[in-house]
Ligand binder design. Structure first.
Ligand SMILES: Nc1ncnc2c1ncn2[C@@H]1O[C@H](COP(=O)(O)OP(=O)(O)OP(=O)(O)O)[C@@H](O)[C@H]1O
Length: 728
């Protein structure tokens, strides 16, 4: 027993600045300072620029009691290493060559035990803003590696509730970190479980995350995996002594099951054991029908997540989604048999512990209100109107929490504060020219949304002819091509992605400078989500609505739905003089494309006829040529084809020359750069001139809006503008 004079100090975190070898020390013994279990600290993000001040390394120690003895020689401090009562991984000090960060894997005979494995608190002070959540150390390291020093507002609100096993409905603006708001509590719980690495039995799926599009599901999976990568490496290092031995299974595995990819491979991955399954409902349901074990897993999940719930029910997957969700109902578990599945999985008991998360940037206020009322007995009959599809979906979610917590952090009007919106009025026939103008005028990574696949097919070759790096993304492309195009867009600065609304939700593409609504979106929610591909994680972003006169009404309705007015969105300033010049380029490119399209079609028909003749075992004349037009009455003759090809070549050359010519702003002379109403020399010297539009200042799109909100063009401007209406 320490005397009353002895003062006990529990050292939660002591720092020192010199690295030393960690000696072996018996737990509970008195030790000199050097013998304490110091751990080297990663200095990143913790000590500011201490590293630059000559400090080479920092160490920390915890679970040490400092005992002061008043002796005749003065005060003497001794240090006692406490038994770590809650922390098994740090109760044993690291052996030589072992790092303190590797969690000890207890040898437990069972596959997966519910109790939480005490954690190695080696992250104290690493990310102070995250400390309050008590997240698993490895997650803290992963967050630190990604420089996520602060939780985002939705994470700040959702994490404590989710970690207390509450059901959470989270609504927050696009790009605000919703994935980790539900992902971290899931990973925390799964990482904190005891596992037997030797176990040969299949690991059941513990968490199911449903997402509406394949790209989003794959993205969620890689986002969560990014939080586990460090762990995997450490675990592999510690357990795999023989470099030739295959890596042991990761402590927590995350995988995606989506359509358009090999189902066999996906089944193989599942058979190896997946803890967190991210899936699109269609493919998941297909696989579940063949894999009874997977269906069984779904009946006893720990976590169920609906990401972009409102979109999922629009995507034509509602039947599959409904079937999957039925397996998660307590009622289903009680019935012990699913009428949908022929051999419905038999479950032991109702899954009372399921935790449900529903997240989106857009969930109607009405719906949220209804959710809040769920716990109260429902009034049936009079007054309770028909349920919307989304309400219906949420009715089908069997929240175990009597009052699921609704967190609504959605901004007024649905728009992220770091987004600058704009609009331009133009005739439908001129949209290509306006788009080309914008892309040239404001170089950057631009995501252009179109309402139809045909529109993308028409526009993509046109922009390519105009020498813009363009990638299409729509549902009729093969999945591999979709992912390839997305990757190319991500890695190519200044490129253009032409996409349908499959890219509107959830996709986290870093540094999208502009979102362009080539056509007005169908709903207010789609407008919000499309815009959300830029201005993510508090970065600046810009969006442009291209509005034809016949779309005006739709736009007005859409803004009304968001509680806003049409005049709120400022008009884009357009250099009409330059726009006029671009029109010639666009027209020529269009002619080339149309001619090319015709030639391709004729070639295709020729091949088709030959293939059909082969299939029918009919011999065509040896001098047969479809281009001679005998076979297809309306087809071009060989001579016509040659002429068309020559014309096409000539036009391509002409376009090349046009594209090589500098674009001069009104009043600018290339020859007399020091004279004219707008002498070029000043801007050139100051490096302020636009690269391809001489005499136009290099500015960002956001700074080029007409000052007065909703201001219309002047009469002259308008006349000039409307002169673009003549279809080529
Ligand atoms: N705490 C954080 N600090 C900094 N960045 C973060 C943090 N959490 C997440 N991020 C990053 O923010 C970006 C947006 O996150 P996420 O994709 O989860 O947003 P979201 O809210 O789901 O968006 P959407 O509604 O469009 O789906 C991602 O690049 C993510 O890595």
């Amino acid at each position: 027993m320490p005397s009353p004079l002895k003062r006990k100090v529990r050292s939660e975190l002591k720092l020192r600045t010199k690295a030393r070898k960690k000696p072996k020390t018996e737990s509970g013994s008195l030790a000199v300072v050097d013998a304490l279990p110091w751990r080297t600290l990663s200095h990143a993000g913790v000590f500011g620029n201490a590293y630059d001040d000559g400090i080479l390394e920092l160490e920390e120690v915890d679970n040490v009691q400092v005992v002061y003895d008043e002796t005749s020689g003065g005060r003497v401090a001794t240090f006692k290493i406490l038994d770590a009562p809650q922390i098994t991984t740090s109760s044993r000090l690291p052996e030589d060559g072992e790092t303190a960060d590797v969690p000890e894997v207890p040898d437990v005979p069972c596959e997966d035990v519910e109790e939480v494995v005490p954690r190695n608190r080696s992250t104290g002070g690493l990310l102070p803003e995250w400390d309050a959540f008590g997240l698993h150390d490895q997650l803290i390291h992963a967050l630190s590696n990604q420089s996520f020093t602060n939780p985002t507002p939705i994470q700040l609100k959702a994490l404590p509730l989710a970690l207390q096993r509450r059901d959470v409905v989270g609504v927050a603006e696009t790009g605000s970190g919703k994935t980790l708001a539900y992902g971290l509590p899931i990973l925390h719980k799964l990482l904190s479980r005891r596992k037997n690495p030797e176990s040969k039995t299949r690991r059941p799926v513990r968490a199911l995350i449903l997402a509406p599009t394949r790209e989003l599901a794959l993205q969620i999976s890689s986002h969560l995996n990014a939080c586990l990568n460090g762990i995997r490496t450490a675990e592999e290092r510690s357990t795999s002594k023989d470099p030739n031995m295959p890596n042991p299974p990761p402590p927590v595995s995350v995988a995606a099951i989506v359509g358009g990819m090999s189902p066999h491979k996906q089944k193989r991955i599942l058979s190896r054991g997946v803890d967190v399954l991210v899936a699109t409902p269609g493919r998941l349901w297909d696989i579940m029908q063949e894999e009874g074990e997977l269906a069984n897993d779904i009946t006893s999940l720990d976590f169920l997540v609906l990401d972009e719930a409102d979109r999922m029910i629009e995507a034509g997957h509602f039947a599959e989604l409904d079937n999957i969700l039925r397996l998660t109902l307590r009622q289903y578990c009680e019935d012990q048999h699913d009428p949908v599945l022929e051999d419905g999985p038999v479950v032991d008991s109702a899954n009372d512990s399921l935790q449900t998360f529903v997240f989106s940037a857009t969930l109607s206020k009405d719906l949220q209100r209804n959710l809040r009322k769920r716990a109260k007995p429902k009034k049936s009959g009079k007054g309770s109107g028909p349920l919307t599809t989304l309400e219906d979906l949420l009715e089908r979610l069997d929240f175990r929490d009597p009052e699921p917590e609704v967190i609504d952090l959605s901004p007024e009007g649905g728009v992220v504060s770091s987004l600058q919106e704009s609009q331009v009025e133009c005739l439908s026939a001129d949209k290509d020219t306006y788009l080309y103008y914008f892309l040239l005028r404001y170089p950057g990574r631009s995501l252009v949304f179109l309402s139809s696949i045909d529109g993308i097919r028409r526009l993509a070759p046109l922009l390519e002819l105009l020498e813009l790096k363009t990638y299409p993304l729509h549902s009729q492309l093969e999945q591999k091509q979709r992912l390839k195009n997305l990757e190319r867009f991500k890695s190519t600065p200044g490129s253009v992605l032409l996409a349908t609304d499959i890219a509107a939700r959830g996709l986290d593409i870093p540094y999208v400078d502009h979102v362009i609504h080539y056509q007005i979106p169908r709903s207010a929610d789609t407008y919000v989500h499309r815009n959300g591909r830029t201005a993510r994680a508090m970065r600046q972003g810009f969006s442009l609505i291209m509005c034809a006169p016949d779309e005006r009404k739709v736009l007005r309705g859409l803004l009304t739905n968001l509680g806003r007015e049409d005049g709120e969105i400022p008009q884009m300033n357009i250099e009409l003089y330059i726009l006029d010049k671009l029109k010639a380029r666009v027209q020529l490119a269009r002619q080339i494309d149309v001619a090319q399209h015709k030639a391709n079609k004729a070639k295709h028909e020729k091949n088709w006829l030959k293939e059909t003749a082969d299939a029918m075992e009919i011999e065509l004349d040896s001098d047969f040529s479809i281009s001679d037009a005998e076979a297809t009455p309306n087809g071009p003759t060989k001579r016509q084809q040659k002429a068309a090809s020559a014309k096409n070549k000539g036009q391509r050359l002409q376009l090349k020359q046009l594209l090589a010519q500098p674009l001069l702003a009104q009043g600018v002379s290339k020859r007399y750069i020091t004279s004219g109403s707008n002498p070029l020399v000043h801007e050139l010297l100051a490096g302020e001139s636009h690269e391809t539009m001489l005499g136009v200042k290099k500015t960002s799109a956001g700074s080029d809006l007409l000052k007065k909100r909703g201001k219309k063009y002047s009469k002259e401007e308008y006349e000039e503008w409307s002169g673009f209406g003549s279809t080529p």
